[in-house]
Design a binder for this molecule. Structure first.
Ligand code: GNR
Ligand code: NI
Length: 167
């Protein structure tokens, strides 16, 4: 297992649209194991493969806070969405920024597990928000894209400045 490096906004690789997984083999299981290790180490409640520069439609979550609810969604699709909810979100690719985002309150998701087994699940609360946030990553979107243009450009300037100073 390995802890993978997480890309930071505004890295253009975060804009990649991830490709579906078609073969479920050892390489996918290794990616999933590394993603769990990376998410727990961060720590975060979710991680999309795009964030660790793997352009495949894989996401992992654990919203339990004690490591008791690991979930893996491969090729996830939202087949039903209900209600709206505002929640304060953060992102491991946009460190130290927390802003309120509006999303569906509950979602029904169809996906495959890491062994290629299809499943369907209805989610609400933080887990529903988290899965929508991760699916956005797989589509090259970030939660800052859902904020006002003014807020987004302020955040972008802050990160560009920080990156220049790090050189
Ligand atoms: O750790 C995370 N917390 C979080 C809080 C509210 C809504 C979404 C998230 S996901 C985030 C980890 C992350 O960046 N996943 O892509
Ligand atoms: Ni994120």
């Amino acid at each position: 297992m390995a802890i993978l490096q997480i890309l930071h906004f505004p890295d253009p690789r975060l804009r990649t649209i991830a490709k579906p997984v078609s073969v479920f083999g050892d390489d996918i299981q290794r990616i999933v194991a590394d993603m769990f290790e990376t998410m727990y180490a961060a720590p975060g409640v979710g991680l999309a493969a795009t964030q660790v520069n793997i352009p495949k439609r894989i996401l992992v979550t654990d919203t339990s806070r004690d490591g008791s609810d690991p979930r893996c969604f491969i090729n996830p699709q939202i087949i039903e969405a209900r209600g709206t909810e505002q929640m304060e979100e953060g992102c491991l690719s946009v460190p130290d920024v927390f802003e309120t985002v509006e999303r569906a309150e509950s979602v029904k998701v169809q996906a495959f597990d890491q062994y290629g087994m299809p499943f369907e699940v209805e989610l609400d609360g933080l887990l529903a928000v988290c899965v929508q946030h991760e699916i956005d990553h797989l589509d090259g979107k970030l939660f800052v894209d859902r904020l006002s243009p003014l807020k987004r450009s302020r955040i972008r300037r802050k990160f560009e400045k920080a990156q220049k100073q790090a050189l």
